[in-house]
Design a protein around this ligand. Structure first.
Ligand code: HXC
Length: 297
């Protein structure tokens, strides 16, 4: 889809880059020539991923353990990277989430999610952006959100609230930091199954009732399927690449139009047959004719 050297010379940090969507985006950035930094809480996972992706792509992956909830550790880690030279891109991918009835959430449970998604994402964004402004260096920031930034979502309230905050950050900083050549965009992925997210959002209860993906059939998705990692990786690569810098402050959904479908007043009508539509048409026609007759009398 892109020229092989699209990201050559770029240095990109991916938080939570050791697994899931972060690993897939890292794979794509390497494929197109970037040098990638990945961080996360589990050093062994990061080191395995770095080795695997370097072997696969021949690119360079640097990794370091970092808990983005710790603002001092975040600042020290970013300082350390910038000693070797500025980053060109930051991907805010690290997140935490689990489904739960809101009434069952303790303050600690709320904080477990908000401290990563809301606070941690801000710490790292500001640590990178502040340095770019000091150095007069351009950069691209991409945050991984969810479509519930527009719709809200029951049973994942701490995540919906936190990701909505980062959605607001994306729009706000696009304006504040635009004059410095820093752009901020976000991706709201629909169902891209990963081990970490699915264990917490679609846990196997045996009765299929918690399944986020209709037991795999995706019958309610207009495209009838889950997302492919390449599709997400390509969109992230496009947003990290040069050539469309006028695009900033946007959150882009990549979900097969799932959230538009579920949110539409008449979305359930997708299940009607041709016969149903004929019946509907004739019922409406009868009603229209009745009105016409009344007008003519
Ligand atoms: C209610 C729960 C709970 C549950 C934990 N808690 N699980 N409460 N229901 N299912 C409560 C605990 O009782 C505790 O509160 C508090 O939360 C913290 O619990 P810990 O076990 O100490 O949690 P912690 O070790 O902090 O880990 C939680 C986590 C972790 C940070 C969310 O699971 C994690 O690191 N996840 C990273 C990976 C991940 O979540 N990926 C999914 C991202 S998906 P008390 O009061 O008892 O102390 C995503 C969007 C996807 O972001 C969009 C798809 C469409």
């Amino acid at each position: 889809m892109f020229k092989d050297e699209l990201l050559k010379g770029k240095r990109i940090l991916v938080t939570g880059g050791g697994s899931g969507l972060g690993k897939e985006m890292t794979r794509h950035f390497l494929k197109y020539g970037a040098e990638v930094y990945i961080c996360g809480r589990r050093e062994s996972v990061l080191s395995e991923t770095a080795k695997e992706l370097m072997d696969e792509t021949g690119g360079k992956v640097n990794y370091f353990a970092l808990d983005i909830r710790d603002s001092n550790a975040v600042d020290a880690a970013i300082e350390n990277i910038f000693i070797d030279g500025p980053l060109d891109g930051l991907v805010n991918n690290a997140a935490g989430n689990f489904i739960s009835r809101t009434k069952d959430l303790s303050p600690n449970a709320f904080n477990a999610i908000a401290s990563i998604v809301f606070h941690g994402t801000f710490y790292i964004t500001n640590a990178v952006g502040r340095r770019w402004i000091e150095l007069g260096h351009k950069g691209s920031i991409l945050s991984i959100l969810a479509t519930w930034v527009w719709t809200g979502s029951p049973y994942v309230i701490p995540s919906a609230m936190s990701k909505s905050g980062i959605h607001a950050m994306t729009k706000s900083l696009a304006v504040e930091w635009g004059p410095h050549g820093i752009r901020l965009n976000a991706i709201a992925p629909g169902p891209f199954p990963t081990e970490g997210a699915w264990a917490r959002l679609s846990p196997e209860t045996g009765d299929g009732k918690t399944s986020i993906n209709d037991g795999g059939s995706m019958s309610s998705n207009p495209l009838g399927r889950v997302g492919e990692m390449d599709e997400l990786g390509n969109l992230a690569t496009f947003l990290m690449g040069d050539g469309c810098e006028y695009l900033t402050g946007q959150t882009i959904a990549i979900d097969g139009a799932a959230y538009l479908s579920a949110g539409g007043t008449f979305s359930s009508l997708s299940n009607l047959s041709d016969d149903d539509w004929e019946n509907i048409r004739s019922t409406i026609k009868k009603s229209n004719d009745k009105d016409k007759n009344l007008r003519n009398t």
